[in-house]
Write a protein that binds this ligand. Structure first.
Ligand code: FES
Length: 127
């Protein structure tokens, strides 16, 4: 069996939503101290809907595939739904990741949560 699913390879080779959003109103950056990978998420939220999302990932193939899939999963969705995105959902949408690469999907969840928190801070919507 191949180590990585077709979907992981596809999102690694053709990542969706790569780049930055100049007028983002939610930005989150997280890193993993062990592997040194860094992920940055940009959100453009209007009327509580994620109108646009882009990412920059300095990291492994699984981290790039996870960021790409995570952006696809939250694009066009309400903030409340994006807040519930888990790393398991990202990994499942990629048809799985090897166990030792699961932390790469955690980075995607954390980057999105961090960007959403930044949005809440900026807009005073902090709970
Ligand atoms: Fe650390 Fe993939 S090896 S994010």
């Amino acid at each position: 069996m191949a180590l990585y699913s077709e979907k992981v390879m596809d999102h690694f080779r053709n990542p969706r939503n790569v780049g930055i959003i100049e007028d983002a109103n939610g930005i989150g950056e997280v890193g993993n101290a062990k592997c040194g990978d860094i992920m940055k998420m940009y959100l453009k939220i209007e009327d509580d809907i994620i109108r646009d999302v882009k990412f920059e990932t300095f990291g492994c193939g699984s981290a790039i595939a996870s960021s790409s899939m995570a952006t696809e999963l939250i694009k066009g969705k309400p903030v409340s739904e994006a807040m519930k995105l888990t790393n398991q959902a990202v990994a499942e949408a990629l048809d799985g990741l090897p166990a030792y690469k699961m932390h790469c999907s955690v980075l995607a969840e954390e980057a999105i949560q961090s960007a959403l928190e930044d949005y809440r801070k900026r807009t005073g919507k902090e709970e």
